[in-house]
Design a protein around this ligand. Structure first.
Ligand SMILES: Cc1cc2nc3c(=O)[nH]c(=O)nc-3n(C[C@H](O)[C@H](O)[C@H](O)COP(=O)(O)OP(=O)(O)OC[C@H]3O[C@@H](n4cnc5c(N)ncnc54)[C@H](O)[C@@H]3O)c2cc1C
Length: 233
């Protein structure tokens, strides 16, 4: 897959730690919800850094894609996108990438989506695509964030929860008063609300994905129905 220039057409804060970047990409073929892109930065001395970022927007909004990038402390590339990158800049990008952590409307549901922090990004892409292309597919998003202020796309998810009959949002805030994490009881609650999922997608930092995958298998879900994406950390 070749590197190409993509131009940043818009940038805006999404939460206190996450910035939304809209990029014009020259793709001739559509992507699939859940896929990601690789971006590459090159310093004047030739030093290069490459990272992956999931596509948050629905495939139907091409020729632009949205990335949601969380600023990590001392993060080399996320720091650049949080502080330096501006509309009009061109960045090197290749994609779309990924053939396993994807959901197509033909796959149907019920769909269980479990995201930790910025791990919600590819799941947002799936939910946005589902709402347009397959609103009858039952879906539940179990989303763990630190605080309410750090919930990505909070207004949109709350609105979808209220307006879309087949969609349910379950939020877990780890730094709230009860400091709850996703545990066996929360998984049981999600499964009771959704029914047995045909497909489960789990995304977030490594420890989150490992812990949630174990809980899902312990809850009786067949491992072959669970797909994971690890963001690192
Ligand atoms: C397929 C894929 C899709 C991704 N999609 C997104 C996305 O949509 N949005 C997004 O914000 N990030 C996403 N990431 C993570 C992203 O690729 C980078 O790893 C992240 O932005 C950190 O890069 P950095 O250069 O800023 O940090 P670095 O300079 O590489 O690291 C800074 C510090 O943060 C730690 N660290 C690195 N990654 C994580 C992490 N995920 N959690 C906690 N600590 C970490 C490092 O160990 C180090 O201590 C994705 C990763 C993958 C593999």
């Amino acid at each position: 897959m070749t590197w190409q220039d993509a131009v940043i057409t818009a940038a805006a804060p999404e939460t206190t730690r996450v910035r939304r970047l809209t990029l014009a990409v020259g793709w001739s073929r559509p992507f699939r919800a859940g896929q990601h892109v690789d971006v590459r930065l090159t310093a004047p001395d030739g030093y290069q850094a490459q990272r992956s970022y999931s596509i948050a927007s629905s495939p139907t909004v091409l020729p632009t894609i949205d990335l949601l990038i969380e600023r990590l402390d001392d993060g080399e590339v996320s720091g650049f996108f949080s502080d330096v990158a501006e509309p009009g800049d061109a960045i090197e990008l290749r994609g779309p990438i990924g053939g396993s952590f994807v959901w197509d409307p033909e796959m149907g549901g019920p769909l269980l989506l479990v995201g930790g922090g910025s791990g919600v990004v590819p799941l947002l892409g799936m939910l946005r695509h589902r709402a347009e292309a397959a609103p009858g597919v039952p879906a539940l998003l179990l989303y763990s964030a630190r605080t309410a202020e750090e919930v990505i796309a909070r207004e949109e998810l709350t609105r979808r929860d209220a307006e879309e009959p087949g969609f349910r949002l379950m939020l877990t805030l780890t730094r709230s008063l009860d400091g709850r994490r996703i545990d066996a009881a929360r998984i049981a609650e999600a499964l009771a609300a959704l029914g047995t999922p045909a497909h489960t997608f789990v995304c977030g930092a490594n420890p989150f994905v490992s812990a949630v995958s174990d809980l899902l298998v312990e809850a009786g879900l067949p491992a072959r129905t669970i797909r994971t994406e690890r963001f690192g950390g």
